[in-house]
Design a protein around this ligand. Structure first.
Ligand code: CP
Length: 304
């Protein structure tokens, strides 16, 4: 159907196919199918990486990008998300990239004949971030089977954690979690490990940003205290496993989740992740338009 809402939308074969296509785009492959394709980026939450790399991907594919800024749109007059997307469908937009603060906002868009690409829903899902993370990990290790991946930090509020945990587990990696125990959701069962063990015995140390905007008054430790208790300090980095890498979806709170000097250090793949994001998003957009049929497709109900 071409939608991309959650990582559960994709089979293992489809994930690997998107990663393969992303690698071909990175190697210089071009895509032209002779049709005019129109796309709009609807960001109702702040973004630098996702928004800009989707725009870069769209321009590299030669798509027609319809400008949309929520603060200057009729959303300000009370228009609903459904009517906004229905309007874009009516004028000929074939795919929309949406970021929204509401978990599973896409459930209200069922029945529209426009491809929905989820650029992040609340604390729910961030599938294109996950795909670019998978691309970065596969470039490093060649695959996922048996790989030890530690996801560390504000897990409860992280859509990146959910998407990565689902996909990496399905692909055969051993995913464990660490960070403040009060931010460890029950759904991950007994996969919590202590911070020093998580950092010293993993192939991938994936740090998460503290999502201050989603804590709603819950007191958070000082930056210095958090860094000492749960951050990747210089001392912890020295104890990381041979060949292991550091990842972070960014934006990074330098000196909080990770010591400032490690952000651009030898183990860090943080800017490689951003670079890969453009090619993954090209592959996702190509898939959206290739799978777009002439008939009305309904969004499939997928429970996270
Ligand atoms: N990683 C990520 O989603 O970054 P942005 O919020 O800047 O898009």
């Amino acid at each position: 159907m071409g939608h991309l809402l959650t990582m559960k939308d994709l089979s293992e074969r489809e994930i690997l196919s998107i990663l393969d296509q992303a690698e071909r785009f990175k190697a210089g492959e071009r895509w032209e199918d002779g049709s005019d394709h129109f796309v709009a980026n609807l960001f109702f939450e702040a973004s630098t990486r996702t928004k800009c790399s989707f725009e870069m991907a769209e321009r590299r594919l030669g798509l027609e990008v319809i400008p949309f800024e929520s603060h200057a749109s009729s959303v300000q007059k009370g228009e609903t998300l459904y009517d906004t997307v229905k309007t874009l469908e009516s004028i000929g937009v074939g795919a929309v990239v949406i970021r929204h603060s509401r978990d599973r906002y896409f459930d209200e868009l069922k029945g529209l004949d426009v491809r929905i690409i989820n650029g992040g829903d609340g604390c729910g899902n961030h599938p294109t971030q996950c795909l670019l993370d998978l691309m970065t990990i596969r470039q490093e290790f060649g695959g996922f089977q048996g790989l030890r991946v530690a996801i560390i930090g504000d897990i409860a509020h992280s859509r990146v954690a959910r998407s990565n945990a689902e996909a990496l587990t399905a692909l055969g990696a051993e995913v464990r979690f660490s960070g403040p125990e009060e931010w460890f959701p029950e759904r991950y069962g007994d996969r919590y490990v202590g911070i020093d063990e998580a950092m010293s015995s993993s192939d991938v140390v994936m740090l998460l940003r503290i999502q201050h905007e989603r804590h709603h008054g819950t007191p958070i430790a000082s930056k210095a205290d958090y860094h000492q208790a749960y951050g990747l300090t210089l001392e912890r980095e020295r104890k990381m496993a041979h060949g292991s890498i550091i990842m972070h979806p960014a934006p990074v709170n330098r000196g909080v989740e990770i010591a400032d000097s490690l952000v651009e250090g030898g183990r860090s793949r943080i800017f490689k992740q951003m670079e890969n994001g453009v090619f993954v998003r090209m592959a996702v957009l190509k898939r959206a338009f290739q799978l777009q049929g002439g008939r009305q497709h309904e969004l499939v109900d997928q429970t996270c």
